[in-house]
Design a protein around this ligand. Structure first.
Ligand SMILES: C[S@@+](CC[C@H](N)C(=O)[O-])C[C@H]1O[C@@H](n2cnc3c(N)ncnc32)[C@H](O)[C@@H]1O
Length: 348
């Protein structure tokens, strides 16, 4: 999956094919302006304001407490980009914005877009990073408010992935105990427990994360069946033969190769025989000539913000094999933009 130019006519299609369109401008000025327009519209509550029905620019400006003339400038670009429709002087939601941007939608990314203002600032450090090689370690620099934004953003991101992931994570028959490392809001552990009625879960995360994720987990109504444990997966003992399944979703890109190897060894010890260790993350391809756009860009982003990056599935399997686990074939999640699962089983 990749971003691309969509031609509006056969002539435009030909112009794209013949490399006549200045694509770097589309990939930069158009892309970053579009990103700001959508993020700002979401932040001022424009999509929520339209959830109850169409409205004029003036009505929207009143509801969002924004400047009417400036709001009027924002709206046509959202129409042209498929996020709104304009009819008889009034604006309305499209299927795209109703599903992904209205905050009451179960798939709403509104909290993720709010987090992206912070990610934008981090990305402004790209040139310094490329020149010096010095990354920022995001987990060391976040303020308390930013930790809150981060956890809500991750919860929003999980909306479209919990279903496919819960189906794809192998849970042994009769399993009772799950550990989700770096599990934050707990939505994945909750989805797995709902799918496997005999399962209870521990969601391990850093204390700063748990402070903000506790309310997000409580709101999912699982009570004591899914509970937080504050700690550091890299430093803490995970126990011995106490879990039937361990998951780590969207976290190994924060850890180095060495840290991931050491963690796999601790997980192997913590698993009961027959238990599974599932790593879910962007799958990077080792061959740069075949790189997928989203995992490749995420690799750069995590190198900038976490001193690490995305990993190829065969490297994840190496960590598991070295820890004495038997890796299965990697599974790619079709609608995820490049996320896959690498699972392994502890021999009986
Ligand atoms: C990108 S978020 C992913 C959260 C969640 N698994 C998901 O996919 O929505 C990474 C999470 O890992 C947690 N984390 C980072 N380093 C950790 C560590 N050393 N021990 C435990 N959790 C950690 C962060 O606090 C954060 O909640």
């Amino acid at each position: 999956m990749r971003l691309g130019l969509v031609a509006g006519s056969p002539i435009e299609w030909l112009a794209v094919r013949l490399n006549l369109v200045p694509r770097p401008l589309m990939d930069t000025q158009v892309a970053f302006t579009l990103a700001q327009v959508i993020m700002v519209a979401s932040k001022i509550g424009l999509f929520d304001a339209l959830a109850s029905g169409p409205a004029t620019a003036e009505q929207l400006a009143r509801q969002c407490a924004t400047n009417p003339a400036a709001t009027e400038k924002l709206l046509p670009s959202l129409v042209a980009s498929g996020y709104l429709r304009a009819r008889a002087g009034r604006y309305e939601l499209t299927g795209l914005s109703r599903k992904w941007l209205v905050s009451s939608s179960p798939r709403s990314l509104a909290d993720k877009l709010a987090l992206q203002f912070q990610e934008w600032t981090l990305l402004e450090g790209s040139e310094a990073f490329v020149r010096s090689g010095t990354p920022v370690d995001v987990h060391d620099t976040l303020s308390d408010d930013e930790w809150g934004l981060y956890q809500r953003g991750m919860k929003a991101l999980s909306g479209s992935l919990t279903g496919p992931l819960a189906k794809a994570v192998p849970i042994p028959a009769g399993a009772t105990d799950l550990l989700d490392i770096g599990g934050s809001h707990g939505a994945y552990a909750v989805a797995l427990c709902r799918r496997h009625p005999g399962l209870r879960a521990v969601v391990l995360d850093l204390p700063e994360a748990v402070r903000h994720a506790a309310g997000l987990l409580a709101a999912q109504g699982m009570g004591e069946r899914v509970r937080h444990r504050e700690g550091d997966a890299l430093a803490d003992d995970l126990g011995e033969r106490c879990y039937d399944a361990v998951t780590i979703i969207g976290v190994v890109h924060h850890f180095t190769d060495e840290q991931n190897r050491a963690l796999a060894a601790k997980v192997a010890r913590a698993l009961r025989p027959g238990g599974t260790y599932t790593i879910a993350d962007f799958f990077r391809l080792d061959d740069p000539g075949r790189a997928d756009q989203v995992p490749a860009l995420m690799d750069f982003y995590f190198a900038l913000t976490s001193r690490s990056g995305t990993w190829p599935p065969d490297r994840m399997a190496d960590w598991q094999r070295e820890a004495g686990l038997a890796p299965a074939k990697p599974v790619r999640l079709a609608a995820s933009g490049g996320v896959g699962l690498q699972s392994a089983t502890k021999p009986r």
